[in-house]
Design a protein around this ligand. Structure first.
Ligand code: SAH
Ligand code: SF4
Ligand code: F3S
Length: 452
């Protein structure tokens, strides 16, 4: 059966799609990298905001036409939206044959087989307390970075968030299984791993905590960079900051979701920290990790957010000066605590106005921070040709900032030194600097064929 998978949402879903491809390949499904010719089409979906849902409904309308023509036989909706809408989804959209949530992927071959053979609809929404897919070694697309989920689920229950309902209870994978997955991806040619979890601080497996795990992964021979996302400000371990400072492989980049600057809004969100505690954490991060890059997520217009509350968020953004920020309009989600206890009472225009204003402020700050990098030299790992000019490379420095430069003698995966000459809001521009290893030396430690 020729199958095509489309992925929406966060990196956890990207990782899950790799798991799904592996499960299906092991069951004699052929995975295509484009939709043409596919008999089975699977959408791995997101539920975080209403526009994520809307995107899928539009896509399903389009797929309905392909199914009528007869080329597509089975349509499946997987992931977080599948878990949160469940059977409603098949009722809304009769075109859907299979609906399966994030803990049900091992059952997919049997659900798809029966849909194909008998035309019966297949559903699986069981959330598991133990499923971590540790026994599945996902086969990844070639690249420089491999995502590795170290835990699944979330127990934080931020009142606005649907994830604890779509992904169930928090559970961590064993450090051994994570280290052996890291060793495997290194042997396949990947030079960087990004460890994924909804709140990596709460990683716990027997006596191992997240800092122990980072050290074990950082020590894997041949690996050049380790990143992670996301930690939670309420319990960020200071021990981890010292480890990052001392370990050459652990990148000086932290994505630390703020969500809001006002203490009353933070409390209604159940974030369990205050503005002052966030400031103290940022001070510690910058003291222990000079030159670190800090990014964040912010929600505008959560229930009860007054003009004064919003000004607190502006104050934090101005004072902390994040390198960049994802800024979202609040979108009420079904079944969340906020949907029951905190009415979605900020008018749409206010949400838009606040989002636009905060984005303007953040864009100015991002540009200013990038301009501070002019004249500095960074180690940059080449990731791909630049989108604007394919003769130039786009790579990233330790801080995860995109750097564009000209160096045709080097290849994807090489790590070179680049001196920054110009800065934009989202990218740095530079020149190859002295002290870069020769192209031959750059490549000795990995299988260069993977990057042809
Ligand atoms: N577990 C991650 C967040 C995953 S969701 C963490 O806590 O860091 C990514 C971001 O989406 C969140 O940080 C939040 O800013 C945003 N988000 C979550 N629920 C939302 C909602 N109902 N409306 C708008 N944005 C939301
Ligand atoms: Fe959602 Fe909060 Fe969990 Fe992040 S930590 S996934 S925002 S409940
Ligand atoms: Fe990720 Fe969206 Fe689910 S952000 S965890 S795919 S709701």
């Amino acid at each position: 059966m020729k199958t095509y998978i489309e992925t929406y949402g966060c990196q956890m879903n990207e990782y899950d799609s790799e798991i799904i491809r592996t499960v299906l390949r092991d069951n004699k499904y052929e995975i295509l990298d484009q939709i043409d010719g596919a008999e089975v089409v699977l959408l791995n979906t997101c539920a975080i905001r209403e526009n994520a849902h809307q995107k899928i409904f539009h896509r399903l309308n389009h797929l309905r036409a392909l199914k009528k023509k007869g080329s597509v036989k089975v349509i499946g909706v997987l992931g977080c939206m599948a878990q949160s809408l469940r059977k409603d989804l098949a009722e809304f959209s009769p075109v859907v044959d299979v609906v399966a949530g994030p803990d049900s992927y091992k059952r997919l071959p049997s659900l798809l087989n029966s849909a194909r053979e008998t035309g019966s609809k297949g559903f699986d929404f069981s959330l598991s307390e133990w499923e971590t897919y540790s026994d599945i070694s996902p086969k990844r697309e070639v690249g420089t970075n491999a995502w590795i989920a170290i835990m699944r689920g979330c127990d934080n229950f931020c009142t606005f968030c649907v994830v604890p309902y779509t992904r169930g209870r928090e559970r961590s994978r064993s450090p051994e299984s994570i280290v052996s997955e890291t060793e495997r991806v290194v042997s396949e040619g990947f030079r960087q791993v990004t460890l994924l979890g909804q709140n990596v601080n709460s990683y716990k497996y027997e006596d191992y905590d997240f800092a122990d795990l980072m050290k074990m992964v950082g020590d894997v021979p041949g690996l050049r960079r380790v990143r992670f996302t996301s930690p939670h400000p309420k319990d960020f371990p200071r021990k981890l900051l010292h480890l990052i400072a001392d370990h050459p492989k652990l990148c000086k980049q932290i994505h630390m979701p703020l969500q809001a600057g006002s203490d009353t809004v933070l409390e209604r969100m159940n974030r369990t920290y205050t503005k002052q505690e966030f400031y103290d954490l940022v001070d510690d991060i910058r003291d222990i990790l000079p030159g670190v890059s800090l990014t964040t997520d912010i929600i505008c217009g959560f229930s009860g957010e007054s003009d004064k509350d919003f000004e607190d968020t502006v104050e934090v953004v101005e004072r902390v000066r994040f390198d960049s920020a994802f800024i979202f309009k609040y979108s009420e989600r079904k079944n969340t605590i906020a949907s029951r206890k905190h009415p979605d009472d900020v008018p749409e225009e206010k949400k838009t106005e606040r989002t636009v204003r905060l984005n303007d402020i953040q864009r100015r700050i991002s540009l200013e921070r990038n301009e501070e990098e002019i004249g500095k030299t960074f180690e940059v790992m080449i990731e791909q040709p630049s989108k604007k000019n394919p003769d130039e490379w786009m790579g990233r420095n330790d801080q995860n900032k995109g750097v564009v430069f000209h160096a045709p003698q080097y290849k994807i995966g090489d790590i070179v030194r680049v001196k920054i000459t110009k800065a934009g809001t989202n990218t740095l521009i530079g020149d190859l600097a002295e002290g870069s290893a020769s192209p031959e030396l750059c490549r000795v430690s990995y299988n260069d064929q993977l990057f042809q």
